[in-house]
Design a protein around this ligand. Structure first.
Ligand SMILES: NCc1[nH]cc(CCC(=O)O)c1CC(=O)O
Length: 298
């Protein structure tokens, strides 16, 4: 059986889609995948910051192709997916995630955060901006955009001493040796679903469901469901910076939830972490989201 997988054409998107293609073909010897590159609005608008153009801009054209039946599957980064799902489509349980943490790329390695004393750090995300300015009060940030390679190339330009990126994209791109510092999940709470691949298809497509179920990872699936529950409850459509991560341990049956929510105009950053039973984690995640909304008044 042949299946067509749609993706954006960025280097990261193609790498991730090739990973999924290889996983599918390995687990399903009778299946071969063809990769179809689709241009999206987000690939064209490279000027405006992401929170202005909206996260959905990287998916619309790809979802339309799925709905038309031009492709059978689409691969995205789960953290770029809007919290409300598109009618007629679904996300399959994901394969094993890459590291969820954020990293600093700069010209020299640092051991402790205190070595990062002053200067300008580039980041396109308000979540990273607010958190890094809180943990390193003498660091200021500047907005950067573009793909991973473009953002990495900003180091050294216009006083920029480093840029903050997702470890997952850095590792998948083969740039692990460029990492200066890995932020602890409590220092910079990652974005919901950072490092998780989104495999999207049509609802009720039983054949594809069976093929994809062979590459699912239980721990990542549990993690994704908790983090998506938080995101839905918070309704990330509001453009406030937020982060959320569930560190799931299937052996102990527990999950550490780390959350942050900020308001740039009021200069507030709320942070919270709790350890809960996995069975109660989605409810706990939604409770934190409600607490945050009440506190900031959204
Ligand atoms: N926002 C863009 C984006 N979407 C997914 C990743 C990295 C891979 C992942 O988190 O799964 C990145 C780059 C980054 O934030 O540094």
């Amino acid at each position: 059986m042949k299946i067509k997988i749609g993706t954006r054409g960025s280097k990261l998107a193609l790498t991730q889609t090739n990973m999924v293609k290889n996983m599918i073909e390995e687990a399903n010897p009778n299946v071969s995948c063809e990769i179809v590159v689709i241009k999206t609005k987000g690939d064209v608008d490279l000027k405006n910051p992401i929170h202005k153009v909206g996260k959905g801009v990287f998916v619309k054209e790809i979802e339309d192709s799925l709905l038309r039946g031009d492709i059978d599957l689409a691969v995205h980064s789960m953290k770029d997916m809007p919290s409300d799902e598109t009618e007629g489509l679904m996300f399959f349980d994901p394969p094993k995630a890459e590291d969820a943490r954020d990293v600093l790329i700069s010209s020299r390695k640092i051991e402790k955060l205190s070595e990062l004393c002053s200067g300008i750090v580039g980041t396109g995300s308000l979540r990273r901006k607010l958190q890094i300015e809180t943990i390193c009060p003498n660091i200021s940030t500047t907005s950067i955009r573009g793909n991973i390679e473009t953002r990495m190339s900003k180091v050294g330009e216009e006083g920029i001493i480093g840029v903050v990126l997702a470890y997952a994209g850095i590792l998948r791109g083969g740039y692990g040796d460029k990492v200066s510092y890995v932020f602890d999940k409590s220092e910079i709470v990652p974005s919901p679903c950072q490092g998780i691949l989104a495999i999207q298809g049509r609802k009720n497509d039983e054949k594809i469901l069976e093929i994809i179920s062979k590459i699912r990872d239980e721990e990542t699936t549990v993690r994704m469901n908790i983090e998506r529950a938080f995101q839905r409850e918070l309704n990330a459509g509001c453009h406030s910076p937020m982060g959320f991560n569930a560190e799931v341990d299937l052996k102990t049956g527990e999950a550490i939830l780390r959350a942050c929510f900020g308001d740039e105009s009021k200069n507030i950053l709320l942070k919270k972490s709790v350890c809960v039973k996995i069975s109660e984690a989605e409810e706990a995640a939604k409770n934190i989201a409600r607490e945050f909304k009440d506190a900031i008044g959204k």
